[in-house]
Design a protein around this ligand. Structure first.
Ligand code: DGY
Length: 322
């Protein structure tokens, strides 16, 4: 029987694969300081971690040398120091695929909200501001026939492209690797360099992992390269975009609007974004459906159970080059 520590609250239903182990889950709704987390993980052989929790060398050392696996409940794993894990012989895993549709739905919602000004409209009603139907009031822009630029043509990028294609958009993409051929064919997707994608797309949706190479991938120069009528959507990681540069570009009218689910310094949001009507802001809820979050938690638990039983994990992640 191993001690398994879950650093955020997860319902017991999602943890049945860990039956027989001593599973300790952080209580629901209870705030947590980093110091408390360090004490909580002590003695764990497996950790289930949230993407908002940093798993660095200090946390691994606080857990102890018996630690075998860090199972992240999330597809993104930039919160985990993979080199520190591998130096200690600790396996790291993530939860790919199970959140693809939910995240793509969120990207679609952001695209629609920001291009059609739905959030702005809702604020008028909720603030009880006077309004009346006007033929040329509250106009947004249509998407059919426009060009969607997908940055990062992995599973979530493809699923987002499918949704935008269903709205009648043309699909272009930029990325380190080509899109899966069947998906590229189905979508009629054109591969272009990032510069061209930025200069020619009407909606740009980001789907790259956060790494040292993608830090501020979209900065002042890239925003300046976008059409002033174009919209930027980010459901990937906040720091892929230089948030201060985005605020400046929005203020200057260099881009038409932005839809964000993730932020550079979560949970803090750049105050400049809060002042702008042409920005849709969600609190990192891309994968937040009951079905998806349960599937993510179950997959993380299965990864931990496998490693504790001496089997290989289902979805291991490794440092590039490792
Ligand atoms: C992830 O999985 O990386 C998301 O950010 C949270 O679902």
């Amino acid at each position: 029987m191993a001690r398994v520590v879950v650093t955020g609250w997860i319902p017991a239903d999602a943890l049945t694969s860990l039956q027989g182990h001593e599973v300790e889950v952080w209580p629901e709704g209870q705030a947590q300081t980093a110091e408390q987390r360090f004490a909580f993980v002590h003695g764990a052989e497996a950790l289930l971690t949230l993407v908002s929790h940093n798993v660095d060398a200090d946390l691994l050392d606080a857990a102890g040398t018996q630690l075998k696996i860090v199972a992240n409940v999330g597809v993104g794993f930039n919160n985990i120091d993979l080199a520190a894990c591998s130096a200690r012989g600790v396996i790291a895993t993530n939860t790919p695929d199970v959140l693809t549709d939910a995240t793509a739905d969120t990207a679609l919602a952001l695209v629609l909200e920001v291009t059609r000004r739905f959030g702005e409209g809702q604020r008028i009603i909720r603030d009880q501001r006077p309004w009346a139907f006007g033929l040329f009031g509250m106009l947004g822009v249509g998407l059919a026939g426009k060009r969607a630029g997908i940055v990062g043509p992995g599973s979530i990028g493809i699923a987002t492209a499918r949704r935008l294609r269903a709205l009648g958009m043309e699909i272009a993409y930029a990325g380190r690797s080509p899109m899966r051929p069947a998906a590229a064919e189905e979508l009629g997707a054109e591969r272009v360099e990032l510069d061209e994608l930025l200069a020619t797309s009407d909606v740009i949706s980001l789907h790259v992992p956060y790494t040292s190479q993608t830090h501020h991938l979209i900065g002042a120069a890239q925003l300046a390269a976008m059409k002033p009528t174009a919209f930027l959507v980010n459901t990937a990681r906040g720091a892929v975009v230089d948030e201060a540069a985005l605020v400046e570009a929005l203020r200057a009218g260099q881009v038409a609007g932005a839809g964000l689910d993730v932020y550079e310094h979560e949970p803090t949001v750049h105050p400049g974004l809060l002042e702008l009507e042409n920005v849709a802001l969600y609190p990192h809820m891309g994968s937040a459906t009951v079905e998806t979050r349960m599937a993510m938690a179950r997959l993380a638990a299965e990864n931990a159970a496998a490693v504790l039983a001496g089997r290989p994990p289902l979805t291991e992640v490794r440092a590039s080059g490792a």
